[in-house]
Design a protein around this ligand. Structure first.
Ligand SMILES: *Cc1c(COP(=O)(O)O)cnc(C)c1O
Length: 350
């Protein structure tokens, strides 16, 4: 089977992304895409940028970097742009972590972290979350090789305060990656703290809060020294990771904060409404600061997952220790969530 494969390729255990079904008319609540379309300005910016497609993209990505920097009161020198934040995270692992120096992370968190660690021969020190899936803060100290932390965490949705994250940055003499994939849905951010700490790298994506999962735009905010390490790694692999259209669309999205703020406030309201409805059905729902909820139904989650799928509602179920009793449900529009809630009631009563 693996004839002609490199030893590296043979050794990998790749990440499994959520299903992208081809069938239409499904209610898709499985990959945390934003419930609402991108700002109309994104489309006009992409159309205008089309005139430049003959040429390579701008290397400095000034407009995108400036728009990203503005949110944290940062400068473009603090920003590294990437083809989605998964790429940013992978390049951070290469730029900041070394084999033989374990990187601290959690047992229940984004399951891509151990995949990159394996790809780059980095070992991980895995800290179990508390029984309530909160981070054991007193143990988040003295990491040797680095720290990688999703805030809010995925798939739990639970967020640490900015003060708590800052303490983790202060207590570790190595790079702390804070993955803010779900910024904009109510959690506090540490973006502006990159001015204060030379070991903090904040990673963000426009896939969730800015409705651009299909465009692939992510970025790292950090001090210029860490940004230089990322550029060295990038330019040893692919110098043009963000295309001309993605740069233009991403910058236009970041410039239209009012549009996204209004959408994301609706999502937060829908999230709380859905959480209350699930609790009323006897489900346990973890407190979420993201555009999804993590809930334990009063019957086996796998069964509920399959029954929802039969009815055309796709959610995510992880067949993994500690969390196999839970479902992760992305927050769609209010209409979609009413369908989901209605189906859940039928499943739990029948
Ligand atoms: C969605 C997600 C990402 C990656 O998003 P991209 O679409 O690659 O930008 C990274 N981290 C977490 C925790 C996520 O949920």
């Amino acid at each position: 089977m693996k004839k002609y494969w490199s030893r590296k390729a043979s050794s990998l255990s790749p990440y499994t992304a959520g299903e992208q079904p081809k069938i239409k008319n499904l209610i898709k609540l499985n990959t945390n895409e934003n419930a609402y379309p991108p700002s109309p300005n994104v489309f006009s910016a992409i159309e205008a940028a089309g005139a430049h497609l003959r040429k390579y993209p701008l290397l400095a990505m000034d407009a995108l970097a400036e728009a990203a920097a503005r949110a944290g009161g940062l400068a473009p020198e603090n920003i590294f742009c990437s083809n989605g934040s998964d790429e940013a995270l992978a390049l951070c692992f290469l730029a900041f972590f070394d084999p033989g120096k374990p990187v601290l992370t959690m047992d229940v968190t984004y399951s891509f972290y151990p995949v990159w660690a394996k790809l780059f021969d980095i070992t991980m020190q895995i800290l179990p979350l508390n029984d309530d899936f909160t981070v054991p803060l007193q143990e988040m100290t003295g990491a040797r090789g680095g720290v990688v932390l999703a805030n809010p965490n995925a798939p739990t949705g639970i967020a640490l305060s900015a003060g708590e994250v800052e303490k983790i940055v202060r207590q570790n003499d190595c790079v702390v990656i804070v993955d803010e994939a779900y910024f904009g849905f109510g959690a506090q951010s540490v973006l502006s703290l990159v001015k204060k700490y030379n070991n903090l790298a904040v990673v963000r994506t426009l896939s969730k809060s800015h409705s651009l999962a299909g465009l692939r735009v992510g970025y790292v905010a950090a001090n210029p020294n860490l940004i230089s390490a990322l550029l060295a790694v990038r330019d040893s692999f692919n110098s043009y990771p963000v295309g001309t259209l993605a740069q233009a669309g991403g910058a236009a999205a970041l410039a239209d904060e009012a549009y996204y703020k209004a959408n994301n406030e609706k999502i937060i309201k829908t999230r709380e409404y859905t959480a209350d409805a699930l609790k009323a059905m006897g489900a346990e729902v973890l407190p979420s600061a993201a555009n999804f909820i993590f809930a334990r139904p009063p019957v086996p989650a796998e069964k509920v997952f399959k029954k929802l799928r039969e009815k055309g509602i796709v959610v995510r179920w992880f067949n993994k220790e500690r969390i196999s009793g839970y479902l992760r449900v992305s927050i769609g529009t209010m209409e979609e969530m009413e369908c989901f809630i209605g189906e859940m009631k039928r499943i739990l009563n029948g």
